[in-house]
Design a protein around this ligand. Sequence first.
Ligand SMILES: C[S@@+](CC[C@H](N)C(=O)[O-])C[C@H]1O[C@@H](n2cnc3c(N)ncnc32)[C@H](O)[C@@H]1O
Length: 220
Amino acid sequence: MQHLDKQHQYFSFAYQTGSDIWSHIPYRFKAEEMFPKLESDSLILDIGAGRGLWAMNLLRHNYRVLGIDYVESIVNNVNNKINEEGYGGKARFIVGNALSIPFTDGGFDAATDIGTFQHIKKQDWKTYVKEIHRVLKSNRYYLNVSLSRRTHSFLGFKPSQSHTGDFEKFGVHYYFCTEQEIDETFNTHFNIIEQQYKSFESKTDPMDDLVLVFTLMQKK
Ligand SMILES: C[S@@+](CC[C@H](N)C(=O)[O-])C[C@H]1O[C@@H](n2cnc3c(N)ncnc32)[C@H](O)[C@@H]1O
């Protein structure tokens, strides 16, 4: 519990001060390339919406978005921003935990998680998978973008040399997944349609090389 509180505090602080290590990573292009083309006004759930950068892309593609994040200040900021940008009628963000998604069953055409699953503890992965499966309509899509075990060096971690992929810094849990782990974790409830990797240079440390794994899945 204390661990989760520290992580929660980190996100709250990082997203208020702009010091988070995620927002500047240009994951958007690969994610957009892999995201399926859906009908206008399709309803997308964005899990761990953060600053709402990815949600904003979805809105530009004419989708409707409901986002959750477990930090209230992050949710308030992103709602203000979305209203300022004129998307208030098409998007709303609420406080909610990915492990107990505050929406009814079968309501979404797709769900996206850009950088949140990697912060969820392994013991909670099953609950997480079931929750996403529950809120999606039949045969609909889920895009996951996560830290990859192919990363050689990031934040002082050496994931490619590690057997577990499990790291912690300042009370925040970071998990670097292998493709096999993603398959084994999700294949009870999803079929994997496509998986790709992309590496990104770090703006803060030239020795770092970050690899992200992009996985598009379909509800079984
Ligand atoms: C690395 S950030 C990604 C933000 C956003 N998806 C983006 O790409 O800019 C992770 C976000 O997930 C949120 N988060 C972490 N664990 C969560 C959980 N269990 N439920 C809901 N949100 C969570 C954090 O507050 C943070 O805003």
